[in-house]
Design a binder for this molecule. Structure first.
Ligand code: ZN
Length: 171
């Protein structure tokens, strides 16, 4: 297993629509394991494959951030097929570090996809889990959470990250 590098705002893979996974092979299972290790090390509640520069439809989630066993799961090709309600809460992203902004998300979602053995999964989620699932599935569609903010706020954040990246490449 390995801790992978998490891409930051401004990287082109983060704004690309990820492709479905056709075959769940050892490569996909290894990627999921590495993503889980990366998510726990970060630490974060969820991670999507595009954030580690793999443009494929795979997410990992663990609300306990590695504290509790059996809380970690991976979903291949996740899709929201039902949603209900609305909750506005602060949200952050490992690809946009140190930025926390209020985002409206459904209070409940139903998500379907496959587990790492190719079995069909249906997850009914509420509150924080619903938020994390929506956030990670957005990543698969090339959408960062800052896209939900006002254009003014979004552009300020983008500019700040651009300046930081430029500083880094100069030093
Ligand atoms: Zn994120």
């Amino acid at each position: 297993m390995a801790v992978l590098n998490i891409l930051k705002l401004g990287h082109p893979t983060l704004v690309k629509k990820a492709v479905p996974i056709e075959v769940i092979d050892d490569g996909v299972r290894r990627l999921a394991k590495d993503m889980i290790e990366t998510m726990h090390a970060a630490p974060g509640l969820g991670l999507s494959a595009p954030q580690v520069d793999v443009s494929r439809r795979l997410i990992t989630v663990d609300l306990s951030v590695g504290e509790k066993e059996g809380e970690t799961f991976a979903i291949v090709n996740p899709e929201i097929f039902e949603q209900e309600g609305k909750v506005i809460r602060d949200e952050g992203c490992l690809s946009v570090p140190e930025v926390f902004e209020k985002v409206a998300r459904p209070q409940k979602v139903k998500v379907k996809g496959l587990d790492l053995d190719g079995r069909e999964l249906i997850i009914e989620a509420a509150d924080l889990l619903a938020r994390v699932l929506c956030h990670e599935i957005d990543h698969l569609n090339g959408k960062l959470f800052i896209e939900w903010l006002s254009p003014l706020k979004r552009n300020l954040i983008k500019k700040r990250f651009k300046r930081q990246a430029e500083k880094k490449s100069r030093s």
